[in-house]
Structures are given as structure tokens and as C-alpha cells.
Write a protein that binds this ligand. Sequence first.
Ligand SMILES: Nc1ncnc2c1ncn2[C@@H]1O[C@H](COP(=O)(O)OP(=O)(O)OP(=O)(O)O)[C@@H](O)[C@H]1O
Ligand SMILES: [Mg+2]
Length: 259
Amino acid sequence: MSQPHPSAGTTVVTADRVSLGYHKEKEPLPVLVDVSLSAKKDELVAVTGPSGCGKSTLLRIIAGLVRPSSGKVMILDTEVTGPRADVSMVFQNFVLLPWRTALENVLFGLSSRSEFTEEQKMEKAKGALDVAGLSGFEDVYPGELSGGMKQRVGVARALATEPRVMLLDEPFSSLDDLTAERLRKETYTLLINPQSPVQSVILVSHNVEEIIELADRVVVLSGRPAHVVGEVDVTMPRPRNKKSEEFFHWVDKVYTLLS
Ligand SMILES: Nc1ncnc2c1ncn2[C@@H]1O[C@H](COP(=O)(O)OP(=O)(O)OP(=O)(O)O)[C@@H](O)[C@H]1O
Ligand SMILES: [Mg+2]
């Protein structure tokens, strides 16, 4: 393990009144206004809201890829001012480098990490492909992988960096049900497994059932510009039976906030 684990209950990610406007012609177009959320150690926080409301933008701000116009993001007790080695993101519409094999695509995510030897990078990349269920596909080129397998290479690339925080933007949306379900379980296992470096996950999703299956808390964004219209603490015990009445009660709660 590359980093010390904070104790239970520690807040790992905080977005504090984050606002952002994209510049459109002369006027800034406000996208997010005063959005706050937090994820504690071992928590999976889901962010949902209508298409185009600013969910991917919020993840990019948390990842340090975009600076907010006001407000701030903290990882443990340091402010995010740019991309960090301990935060990794799986992008919506993830694109692999077609001329590199699955293994080389995962290694690419480690290329700037001079603290690791080439041997260590190789070990981490192979380990991450294994976790993503892609052992045996190391030398295959993206053109020969299915859509779901490509997406799993994207997850492996994020995992190989052994992040403290994983930011997932609709990572399961283009997968078949069985593969999606497996990756959801694997993702949650990574979060709660004390051997894994992952301490918090922020998941952007449109799929309310997926959210209730996984999340400890749901943050619902809506409006133009988007703001937090509601937050639900999903206190349903795990494992969560997706066919139970209780499950549908929680799904309903989130739908009510969305509509
Ligand atoms: N780089 C950019 N420059 C200007 N405007 C942008 C940029 N990226 C996104 N936007 C605008 O910001 C708004 C929010 O976009 P964003 O991609 O964050 O939404 P989203 O909630 O992730 O949508 P979806 O659910 O469809 O993925 C949209 O109106 C979009 O057109
Ligand atoms: Mg998006």
C-alpha cells in the first residue's frame, strides 16, 4: 500500500460551494452554483441529475482538471489545485489508444509516475487488468475488444494508479447487464477492501437502481445553473436485494427528487 489509511469517519473528499461558468462568447454560462458534497472514508457517493446539468463538469473540478470560479475542493486536508496522483477518473466516453495493447494502455496511465520502476509499473498494470477481469487480454488491441472490455481497460487504467479517490463518470452505462453487475460489485469491493488503496468513490450515474445498489449517499443536481436539489442517505443495509420492496422505496425517493 502506497499511502497511509485515514481512520474510519474521516472525510476524504469535500467540494465546498463549488461554482463554475463556462465562457460562451462574451458572457459566462453558469453551469454549477454552490455545489457541495463530501465523501468519507469507505463511502461511495453517487451524483445524479438530468443530462447536461453539469455532473461531468463537477467530476472534472474534483479531479483538478478544471478550476472552479468559486468554492474549493479538498482531498483530506489539502486543497485541490490541479490533477493529483492519488485521484483518478474514469471518463465518460473513455477512449483507448488504438495502437497500444490493453496492457500498454494501462501502463500509459502510469507513465508520469517516476516514483515507480518499470518493473513496478508492469506489476501494477497487470494486477489492475486482473481485477478488471481482463487477465489473458494484456496483448490484445482495443479494436479486438468488445465495448464492455474497452470500458474495463479504462477502469484498470484508473485502478493501476492505486488512487485514494476514484471518480467514475457513467462507467457501467454501455455494458451488458451481467458485466455491469460484476464491475459494480468489484468496484464496491475495492472500496471496502482494507488491502485496496481506494478510500472513497464518487460515481456519476443516470441509473437510479445502480445508485441504490451501491451508494451510501446520493446527491441530486438539477436546474440551470445546476445546484443540489436534494441529498439522500441510503441507509438500507447491505447486501441490498434489488427485488425487495425496501429497494424500490429508496429508488422512488431518488426519482421524486429528480422529477
Ligand atoms: N468545455 C466546455 N465548454 C463549454 N461548455 C461546456 C463544456 N463542457 C460542458 N459544457 C456545458 O456545460 C453543461 C454541463 O455539461 P456536463 O458535461 O458537465 O453535463 P452532464 O451532467 O455530465 O451531462 P450528461 O448527463 O449528458 O453526461 C452543458 O450545458 C454543456 O454544454
Ligand atoms: Mg456527463
